[in-house]
Design a protein around this ligand. Structure first.
Ligand SMILES: [Zn+2]
Length: 389
């Protein structure tokens, strides 16, 4: 199920040929006119046909960057205590997700709240996931949740320990604007990324965060602007789209209507490149292995966003905002790649047609660092075509 700690990229050159549609994940050029992609030692080396050590025939499938779930709540291993479920990361890879960004390891039973415990947990989570990659998935964890009694030295200590982002402000006792603003300014000074819960409490014991709290704090990412799961009012969402400087994130565990309001708000402000999608899973609503696919499809079918741009919201947009190499199919970036097609039975000729009509893609194979990790997905409907290798 899980690969060894010595998870290394596929050695040698791989050619992917007969690509039916090449999605880049980059909003500046979401579709690339090429039918070939080459990989050297797990890294994309170009888009022309070349001799290679191995050849994968995409058989007309679309090739796209693996999705990055920019908002999830892992704990340890491929297990979540929230639903007492195992294998959720592996099933998400089956749903086209190749990278996961922790928004806080908050579901750990008995999670510590004191400064030393919180820092220690973040370090252990970060180090464990650096060594443990379920079917090759990259989990970037170690996201400590701020509490009111943590001072500047706490955050400086995180920085020293190699922690580069914190968990959602608002899941702990820091939730009000002035307190949150203190934390974001310290983190900004230290170069630590900040994200902030938005909306009603996610579960008994967490806190309500309003648009004014968020605007006062100006986090790097407005976490689930569409609620996680309870949304702020629509006019407050629009206010955030106008005045919040950070990424505007919508999640699967949120309010669907508010997702569409947020997308509209982002488009009105010409901020599609700031629009990010995630799942917020595992959460009270469970784990949906196709959550990222469902979000991209929702933006496209009900939000009216061209499907190739919707894919960017869960790949390149997240990569650019969070400083990741993966998420864009471009020379010198990791070959984290999804092969997909319209699902059997869907109208249209391409996966993009399927998404526009509200059908999620059929995932045909997933590659991470140039290695094929899964074939036909166990969580999506069957793709009409499958790559041959
Ligand atoms: Zn949240």
């Amino acid at each position: 199920m899980a690969d060894s700690p010595k998870d290394i990229p596929e050695a040698g050159r791989t050619l992917i040929k007969n690509i039916g549609l090449l999605l880049t994940g980059d909003l500046d050029q979401p579709i690339l006119d090429s039918d070939s992609l080459t990989i050297e030692d797990g890294v994309i080396s170009g888009f022309e046909s070349k001799n290679a050590d191995r050849v994968i025939d995409a058989a007309g499938c679309a090739v796209a960057p693996g999705l990055i779930d920019g908002h999830c709540h892992p704990v340890f291993g491929d297990w979540t205590p929230r639903q007492n479920q195992i294998g959720w990361i592996e099933m998400n890879v089956n749903g086209g997700v190749t990278s996961f960004l922790s928004a806080g390891e908050v579901h750990l039973p008995g999670r510590p709240k004191d400064a030393e415990g919180v820092k220690a947990l973040a370090m252990v989570a970060q180090r464990c996931f650096a060594n443990f990659r379920a079917v090759g998935a990259k989990v970037i964890a170690g996201a400590p949740v701020p509490e009111l009694d943590f001072d500047y030295t706490f955050y400086a200590g995180l920085k020293e320990a190699g922690i580069r982002h914190i968990g959602e402000i608002g899941l702990g006792t820091v939730a009000k604007g002035p307190d949150a603003a203190r934390v974001t300014s310290w983190c900004r000074e230290l170069g630590i990324e900040t994200i902030m819960h938005t909306g009603g409490p996610s579960i008994a014991g967490s806190h309500l965060v309003t648009s004014s709290d968020v605007l006062e704090a100006q986090p790097d990412v407005v976490s689930h602007i569409n609620g996680g799961p309870t949304s702020i009012p629509h006019n407050a969402i629009r206010e955030l789209c106008r005045y919040a400087k950070g990424g505007l994130e919508a999640v699967h565990n949120g309010n669907e209507k508010s997702t569409l309001v947020a997308l509209e708000g982002a488009l009105e402000e010409d901020r599609l490149s700031d629009f990010l999608i995630g799942t917020d899973a595992p959460a009270g609503s469970g784990v949906q292995p196709n959550g990222m696919l469902r979000m991209a499809t929702l933006l496209s079918c009900l939000g009216g966003l061209p499907a190739e741009q919707a894919w960017c919201c869960g790949t390149g947009n997240v990569a650019k905002r969070r400083g990741l190499q993966q998420g864009i199919l471009q020379k010198d970036r990791p070959a984290d790649i999804v092969f997909m097609d319209r699902p059997v039975g869907s109208q249209g000729t391409s996966v993009l047609d399927a998404m526009v009509m509200g059908n999620i893609p059929g995932i045909a194979a997933v590659m991470i660092d140039g290695k094929l990790r899964i074939g036909r997905s166990r969580s999506t409907p069957p793709a009409a075509r499958l790559p041959l290798n």
